[in-house]
Design a protein around this ligand. Structure first.
Ligand SMILES: CC(C)(COP(=O)(O)OP(=O)(O)OC[C@H]1O[C@@H](n2cnc3c(N)ncnc32)[C@H](O)[C@@H]1OP(=O)(O)O)[C@@H](O)C(=O)NCCC(=O)NCCS
Length: 180
């Protein structure tokens, strides 16, 4: 189980550990490096909630001996009927720009896969943008992932985007009888 010391190909050694509540600011910085500038007051309640969630893990790569968080992978495991088992989803993966290209991202991904194997999940999945440099450079293929023929559809409920949609004014029915 994590933490575990790994040997990086072209870098000083790095240590993996579980993120803790007090890592909030480091996690906020890493999210910024991923392209999400989430204000601290909005991040804090979600982060504290996730820290207590047994189906969620946030693994940090920490430089040695400085102890600075240089990368992060977050994963969630979820039982799926259609798979008759659990799927582990990679939610976020990021390495600080100055640490990229030294094997940290691959090692973090390997940690996520090792975690999935340890909890006997049947699949590891990641959704990522076509536009990212990592996608274009085949980061996940190099890490052993195969591209799926799936599409992602979304309704963004935080914007006005949903305003024209028919279901917006539909009440949420709690029982089948309510539907009639
Ligand atoms: C993608 C990312 C996590 C990779 O981390 P990293 O530590 O730079 O990757 P590694 O050094 O372990 O590289 C592993 C392989 O991926 C390749 N690679 C793919 N994308 C890369 C990128 N953007 N930068 C550097 N290497 C990249 C490397 O060349 C390497 O292959 P090789 O061993 O054949 O040379 C990092 O570049 C990053 O944080 N990018 C911005 C955020 C992002 O795109 N996240 C992933 C999508 S959610």
């Amino acid at each position: 189980m994590i933490p575990q010391i790994i040997g990086l190909p072209h870098a000083t050694s790095s240590l993996f550990r579980e993120a803790r509540l007090e890592d909030l600011d480091a996690v906020g910085d890493l999210l910024k490096a991923l392209g999400y500038n989430v204000p601290r007051d909005r991040l804090e309640p979600v982060y504290s909630r996730l820290m207590k969630d047994p189906t969620y893990r946030c693994i940090l790569a920490v430089s040695h001996p400085e102890g600075r968080a240089i990368g992060m992978i977050t994963v969630r495991r979820l039982p799926c009927l259609r798979l008759a088992g659990e799927q582990v989803s990679i939610e976020e993966l990021v390495v600080r720009p100055e640490w990229r290209g030294r094997g940290v991202g691959r090692a973090l991904t390997a940690q996520a896969v090792a975690y999935a194997v340890s909890c006997r999940a049947v699949r590891v999945e990641v959704l990522t943008s076509e536009d990212r440099e990592s996608t274009q450079r085949g980061f996940y293929e190099k890490a052993g992932f195969r591209r799926a023929r799936s599409r992602v559809y979304r309704v963004d409920l935080t914007t006005q985007q949903a305003s024209g949609l028919a279901f917006q004014h539909t009440a949420f029915h709690t029982t089948v009888e309510d539907l009639s």
